[in-house]
Structures are given as C-alpha cells and as structure tokens.
Design a protein around this ligand. Structure first.
Ligand code: ADP
Length: 359
C-alpha cells in the first residue's frame, strides 16, 4: 500500500503554479478536462489508441497521452510524464475498472484527487453495505438464501457485467426457474449463481444524487442528480403489458445513458441529511473520509423515503448530464462536476490545503 508520505513527497516536488488535472479518456473525462481549463489549470488525458476523437474534436485536452491500452496508466513512463506535468489525477469508474484497485492502492504513485482508500468500499458489495449501514441510511433488505425470498427481489451478479442477467422474482421457485434459463442461455454460470446477491425490489423513482464534499468550504454539497437509462428494461417497458407477456423477454439493466432529473424541493432536506451521514461514516472508516464527488443511487418510494441501493465513491457517470441545477444555484453559473473538482483543487492550492484533498 502506497503511504501518504510517498504521495506527499511527490506533491512536494510539484510546481504548484503549473498544475494539471489528468484523467483517463473515458467515463466523465470530457467535463473533468473542460472544468480544469475553465479554472485555469492544464488538462491532460491518458487515452487508448483509437479513442482520442472526442477529446480532439471537442478541444478539451491540452495534452493527450496516447497509450496502447488503458492498463498502461500504471507504466512507469506514463506515471513519470504525469508527475512532470504536475498532475493531480481524477479517478472515475473506468479508471478504477482499468487500473484496478490493487494498482491504485499499491502502484499508482501520482497524487489523486479524493480518498483513494475508499474506492474499494464501492467495489465490494459487503463493504458498500457496511458503509451505508454505518451511515444509517435506508438500504433494501438483503436475502441470504433464495429460500428466504418472500417479496419481489432483484437478483444481481458480481463483476463488471453492468446489469446483464439481473432478474426479478418473487419466490424461490421462480428464482430457480429464471436462474436455470439464464445459465442455459449462457448469460450467467454456476459460479455467478453461487455469488448471487438477492435484494428487495424497491418500487420507486430513481434519483442518483451527485454530492461533493468540499474540504476547502468544509461542507457537503448536493449539486445535481440524474436517473439511469438502461437497456433493455427501458425499452421493454414501452411495450404494452400484454405484448410484454407474449414476448417472454428477460430484462437487463445495462446502463446506456443518463437523464437529468430534479427532486421535489421538499425532499432536498432528506438528501442533504443522507449526504452528511454518509460523509461522517466515511470519516470513521478511512480518514479523512470522502473528498470531492460521490454519488448515492437511490429509489424514492411512495412514502417519499429514499433507499440507497448503490454508492459511487468517486465521480459518477451520471454527472455527464452536465447541467447540475444546484451547482448553478450555488455558484450562479454552469458548474459541471469536473469544474467543481478543478475549483476545489485551485482553491486548495491557493489556500495551502492541497495536501488535504489528495491521497
Ligand atoms: P450495477 O452497479 O451492476 O449496474 P445496480 O446495483 O446499479 O447494478 O443496479 C442496476 C439497476 O437495477 C439500477 O439502476 C436500478 O434500475 C435497478 N435496481 C438495482 N437495485 C434495485 C432495487 N433494490 N430495487 C429496484 N431496482 C433496483
């Protein structure tokens, strides 16, 4: 595990007047890079061959480091170049997926914005739940065994399959039937089934809430929210019910896009409270807790209670909706999550607090 001292040692060599914000070219890189430029910092993207087009055409990157494969982010040469550029790296979902948690914790010796030790807490379901339970936010009930299913549940499988093969059922018989069919169709295998995560299906509206824990301002901000646009479920529900029954299709929950959404104003109080609680829990778990962006993926029930079914311990893909209404209300201009990050980096630097926002 890279120590705090090692990272601070790298930071101490940086020319703070010439900082870069760097990230990997995927996920939310566009507004991370744009935000850096808007705040007067250099923007650097590490991009896989063949995937540079958006960064070139949109002109958001001051420097594009082209690598053969995203895993090359860990190469000493790439890391050295990032350090030369005085880069603060912003981790996002694809960064975590490609570089890997072990790589981030043990090998990636470039200062990162945010708390790198908390990334593991979103990747392993039992850790994620531990954090949410410690925070005291509502979470869907989990069933240890298919025999215990006594209500509609959603069955999820491990790994980065992004919602493929997830299914809904209401009792153990239906569980066995559907699982068998998915195995026959080669969507899941026996091993996946053993690791199935069975969770109460919460009927409600989806809000993925984009928070920002500011160290500089010592506050937790709600900046905006999105809801997911998932295939094939969002297509399936456009069929009349009778045709759905006829078609006999299995749903999947593969994310394909995001839709901006706002919450009823009176519900905002609850969302702030949830964010505060989650930040406090994160402090207990891994000092100094969350730094910068994190996201709670929630479902709001008919009793107007929010259940958190997932957590992003870093910038969430849903921030790509770009216009974050509460960020506008707070700052009086369009501030994307990327710009919010760059603003925090710049202000931390100006106030001598940079050490407190990187790990
Ligand atoms: P992944 O992280 O693998 O994409 P998620 O946990 O985000 O999986 O779930 C994918 C989708 O499944 C969610 O966006 C939501 O539409 C639906 N979903 C997940 N958990 C629940 C739940 N407990 N109740 C109802 N729907 C859920």
């Amino acid at each position: 595990m890279l120590s705090r001292e090692e990272i601070l040692e790298v930071l101490s060599e940086y020319d703070l007047k010439d900082l870069s914000i760097a990230t990997l070219g995927s996920h939310t890189a566009l507004h991370i890079l744009k935000g850096a430029k808007e705040e007067g910092l250099r923007s650097v993207v590490v991009c896989e061959e063949g995937r540079t087009t958006p960064y070139e055409r949109l002109g958001v990157a001051d420097e594009i480091i082209v690598v053969e494969s995203f895993q090359d982010m860990l190469d000493e040469e790439v890391q050295e170049r990032l350090r030369e550029l005085n880069a603060i790296v912003v981790p996002h979902g694809s960064f975590v997926a490609y570089v890997g948690l072990d790589g981030i914790e043990n090998e990636f010796c470039v200062p990162m914005f945010g708390n790198r030790r908390l990334l593991r807490w979103e990747s392993e379901r039992y850790l994620e739940r531990k954090l949410l339970e410690r925070a005291g936010v509502k979470v869907p009930k989990v069933f240890d065994s298919p025999e215990d299913i006594d209500r509609p549940v959603i069955v999820k499988f491990p790994g980065a399959r992004g919602g493929r093969g997830y299914f809904i059922c209401s009792d153990s018989e239906e569980f066995e039937e559907k699982a068998e069919r998915l195995i026959e169709d080669g969507v899941i295998d026996e091993e996946d089934l053993e690791q199935a995560h069975i969770e109460e299906y919460v009927v409600g509206t989806n809000f993925c809430v984009h928070y920002f824990r500011s160290v500089v301002e010592d506050t937790v901000e709600v900046l905006g929210m999105d809801r997911r646009y998932e295939t094939n479920i969002d297509g399936l529900v456009r069929m009349p019910a009778s045709d759905q029954l006829e078609a006999g299709l299995e749903p999947s929950y593969v994310i394909s896009g995001n839709i901006p959404v706002v919450v009823r104003e009176s519900l905002l109080v609850q969302l702030y409270e949830m964010g505060d609680r989650v930040v406090r829990a994160s402090e207990d778990i891994e000092e100094p807790g969350f730094i910068g962006p994190f996201c709670l993926q929630t479902l709001c029930t008919e009793n107007l209670e929010f259940y958190v079914f997932e957590l992003s311990a870093r910038i969430d893909g849903g921030t790509n909706v770009t216009f974050l209404p509460y960020a506008y209300l707070k700052f009086g201009e369009i501030v994307t999550m990327g710009r919010r990050i760059a603003k925090e980096v710049r202000e931390a630097r100006d106030k001598g607090l940079l050490e407190d926002v990187v790990t």
